[in-house]
Design a protein. Structure first.
Length: 168
């Protein structure tokens, strides 16, 4: 994954999400670093605009909004499709058993996960190739949004403009 926007362009888009769409939280993952973190346009907090009437929790999937049936006060992230923590997922990937990996994603959705964590990083395998395979299958064969969790790349070198590139 890489990001084509400069930090200033990202700040402009995020500012619009907050002021025009009432977004209340924006952030990065555990690997977010200052060059890739969501910047603040002025360092001051921007008060969120009003949420449109009747809008429910959700996120963007395949350019369409997916609403969450979120009966609890927290977002449920299905993490069984993380090769670092799931022996079954890791073994299915090593065997090229993609149907099992897709089935695991679908099972988490049935059990109430709002988002599916996808991590294929583990020693001795082609992380970039595996992520391409798994993410493509999950995106077309499961209905939940994906949370891409990776430290692998090849990460392109950032342009001199300082655009945010790399893992998040």
């Amino acid at each position: 994954m890489h990001y084509d926007l400069t930090a200033d362009q990202l700040a402009e888009h995020l500012h619009r999400f907050v002021t025009e769409h009432g977004v209340r939280a924006i952030g990065g993952c555990c690997g977010t670093t200052p060059p890739t973190s969501p910047p603040s346009s002025s360092g001051a907090r921007t008060p969120p605009g009003p949420s449109p009437a009747g809008v429910r929790a959700g996120c963007l999937v395949h350019l369409h909004r997916r609403r969450f049936k979120q009966d609890t006060s927290f977002l449920v992230v299905g993490e069984r499709t993380n090769a670092n923590g799931s022996k079954r997922f890791r073994e299915a990937m090593l065997e090229g058993d993609w149907d099992t990996t897709v089935g695991m994603a679908r099972d988490q959705i049935k059990e109430g996960s709002h988002v599916i964590d996808v991590c294929v990083d583990y020693t001795g395998a082609d992380g970039v190739g595996d992520m391409t395979e798994v993410a493509s299958r999950f995106a077309t064969q499961s209905s939940a949004p994906l949370m891409v969790d990776t430290t692998e790349g090849p990460w392109p070198k950032p342009p001199s403009s300082g655009s945010a590139v790399g893992p998040s």
